[in-house]
Design a protein around this ligand. Structure first.
Ligand code: C2E
Ligand code: MG
Ligand code: MG
Ligand code: MG
Length: 275
């Protein structure tokens, strides 16, 4: 085969393609195994009030604790999970772990913190989602008001009507909703008022341009004042420097999340910072 196909170089090309897809299949199998063997873990990143410095919540961020490869970031496996449908099992595992953790901290007598959990399109659109979330809350014993679900603009924009309905079903359970990575999608600002959101998370790509880029700063300021007018809590993502925090404070931003305040960390580590 090598000889036949190899003359014009196509053999090499095809071989690479074939290897790529078999690599992918192996990865999918490995992820399936990881879910069964509970290699999915969560790190938690603090979200703080910019004025008082008080902890207002934590975001649960998934990692794969791989036996051979070590800790794997979500960008390396969440898209694959979405593509294959494994995200439904993965997402459920994340939700259960996050709710359980929040409840455990409360049971220890720590000040209750809101737990934010990311949700992908596939999960969000799943017909049984509201019932599933209700069951997880029931089983873990977490009061729904301490749970927040983060969704993205692109997810909403796929089908606005269906998304509004689904958001209503979720908020009816007593939890809150945040719009993640705001500014990267296509939703018009005026559409925001149609959605039952509590929190607006300005995407890191705008924050990282502060204080060098005038345009980004203008956008950030506009989003903050619009968010406030709509009664939303505005949170800036990816705040890394004091200069960024200072700018955001004077622009009226209420909350921040980023390396400046704390990186995503294991539960035990975050536990030590809890009041
Ligand atoms: P995201 O929800 O926007 O989460 C914020 C990401 O920014 C996290 O990356 C976090 O570690 C990173 N980050 C936070 N502060 C800073 C900062 O100051 N500087 C920089 N450079 N980065 C910062 P991570 O943990 O790698 O997660 C990436 C994305 O993967 C998340 O973006 C989210 O879209 C997705 N993801 C994570 N966990 C889950 C999950 O449980 N389910 C789903 N469906 N997606 C998840
Ligand atoms: Mg998020
Ligand atoms: Mg985000
Ligand atoms: Mg982001």
């Amino acid at each position: 085969r090598a000889k036949l196909d190899g003359r014009d170089g196509s053999y090499t090309f095809n071989k690479e393609l074939a290897e790529a897809s078999s690599q992918k299949l192996l990865r999918i199998e490995d992820l399936r195994r990881a879910l069964l063997q509970d290699e999915i873990i969560l790190h938690y990143q603090p979200q703080k009030n910019l004025k008082t410095g008080a902890l207002t919540g934590v975001e649960a961020l998934v990692r794969w604790q791989h036996p051979k490869e070590g800790l794997i970031a979500p960008a390396q496996f969440v898209p694959l999970a979405e593509e294959t449908g494994l995200i439904l099992d993965l997402g459920l595992a994340v939700l259960v772990k996050a709710c359980r953790q929040a409840k455990a901290w409360q049971d220890e007598g720590l000040v209750p913190v809101r737990m934010s959990v990311n949700m992908s399109t596939r999960q969000f659109q799943e017909p049984g989602l509201p019932k599933l979330v209700a069951a997880v809350l029931e089983e873990t014993g977490l009061d729904p008001r301490w749970l927040e679900i983060e969704i993205t603009e692109s997810l909403i924009m796929k089908n606005v009507e269906a998304a509004v309905t689904r958001m209503g079903e979720l908020t009816q359970l007593g939890l809150s909703l945040a719009l993640d990575d705001f500014g990267t999608g296509y939703s018009s600002l005026s559409m925001l008022k149609r959605f039952p959101l509590t929190r607006l998370k300005i995407d890191r790509s705008f924050i990282s341009e502060i204080p060098e880029d005038e345009d980004s700063m203008a956008i950030v300021s506009a989003v903050i004042s619009l968010g406030q007018k709509l009664g939303l809590v505005v949170l800036a993502e990816g705040v890394e420097t004091q200069a960024q925090a200072d700018y955001l404070r004077q622009a009226g931003c209420e909350e921040v999340q980023g390396y400046l305040e704390g990186r995503p960390m294991p539960a035990a580590e975050l536990r030590r910072t809890l009041p």
